[in-house]
Design a protein around this ligand. Structure first.
Ligand code: MN
Length: 352
């Protein structure tokens, strides 16, 4: 009995350490490669994704501070007409504080074959704020925390995708802490907002590391009241979301399926957000949000608390992802048929 207990204890310790170790080694490897690559470039443009959210902005701003510390010429490429509400507030504040963060639209930055481009919080060119930028330079680094998709950029200098990280901000924070760089108060606030947004208030994708980073940002002067202000939602969008949630059906007591309106086109993030929020209700183990993402494409976003493998369910619909986060796209069908297909798979799945 004693030796069994000892064996279990030893295995757990060994496993935990191995996990921490590989993560640490991966981070260190990226750090070394990143620093080495940076030596070859003086001018760097940071590129967030389309409809910039607070994680995309905060990771860009955090990396900006890091690169400025290394005396690089840095720009953040933002088309200010195409940003989320919280991001708009943050950019206004950054400008009023005279932080010297150089936010420029694409036609105001000279990009040539010696410019380094860094994609943050996404890994597909077509999701970038200005995909035209890739015509001028092929030197690309990707830093992202999203599950790697099929059309990821292949010929880049460094591809650092860590889907265990809560946010791109958390990944960038590692760089800053490695160099012991002081983060100005408002930027710490912005970074905490990025973490809070992507973890839906530290309820999903949150690890010990996420809490650690949040604590350190608070120590650097991040203000939770300001975070709350930045995360204030647009009431109309919220009502639209509630309307879909209102249309939720519960299957077998544990699956929640919400369906969007026939007349509305949603973006994938909206579907994901709704699936995320359905998980917070009593007894729900897995959630799905079905909606049109194009005139002839239906998207399904799936989430699970962990016991139900939504990746397997989505794979049966030619999609993919992870055990707890997955998605698929269906062509030439309608919302009703898409739901029927999904129900078939769920019913089969629960009989197994
Ligand atoms: Mn993100």
């Amino acid at each position: 009995m004693y030796s069994l207990q000892f064996f279990l204890f030893y295995s757990i310790i060994k496993y935990t350490y191995r996990k921490v170790d590989t993560m640490r080694i991966r981070r260190q490897k990226f750090y070394d490669a990143f620093i080495e690559t940076l030596k070859e470039y003086e001018k760097i443009v940071l590129i967030p994704h389309n409809e910039i959210d607070l994680d995309a902005l905060a990771s860009c701003v955090g990396l900006y501070i890091f690169l400025e510390h290394l005396n690089k010429e840095v720009y953040i490429n933002i088309d200010e007409t195409n940003v989320e509400l919280g991001t708009k507030r943050a950019i206004q504040k950054l400008k009023s504080l005279n932080t010297n963060i150089d936010i420029k639209s694409l036609n105001n930055i000279e990009v040539d074959s010696n410019t380094l481009l860094i994609l943050l919080d996404h890994h597909k060119k077509e999701m970038s704020q200005n995909p035209d930028i890739y015509k001028s330079s092929k030197n690309i680094i990707v830093i992202d925390h999203h599950i790697e998709g099929k059309d990821v950029i292949n010929n880049c200098l460094i591809k650092y995708i860590d889907d265990k990280a809560s946010s791109a901000t958390e990944m960038v924070y590692d760089l800053l802490s490695n160099e012991d760089i002081d983060i100005p108060n408002y930027i710490a606030t912005l970074m905490l907002a990025g973490l809070t947004l992507d973890t839906s208030n530290f309820t999903i994708r949150t690890t010990e590391r996420t809490h650690e980073v949040a604590a350190k940002l608070t120590k650097q002067g991040a203000e939770t009241k300001e975070v709350q202000y930045l995360l204030k939602e647009d009431l109309k969008q919220y009502i639209d979301m509630q309307k879909i949630i209102f249309n939720t059906e519960i299957i077998n007591g544990i699956y929640a399926i919400a369906v969007g309106k026939k007349t509305e086109i949603y973006n994938k993030e909206q579907l994901a957000k709704i699936a995320d929020s359905l998980l917070q209700f009593d007894n729900i183990e897995a959630s799905f949000c079905i909606g049109k993402i194009n005139t002839n494409i239906i998207g399904i976003s799936a989430r699970s608390l962990g016991d139900i493998n939504v990746q397997k369910i989505m794979e049966k619909l030619s999609g993919g992802g992870h055990k707890t986060e997955a998605a698929c796209q269906m062509y030439n069908t309608n919302l009703l048929d898409a739901k029927k297909e999904l129900l078939k798979i769920i019913n089969k799945n629960s009989k197994q």
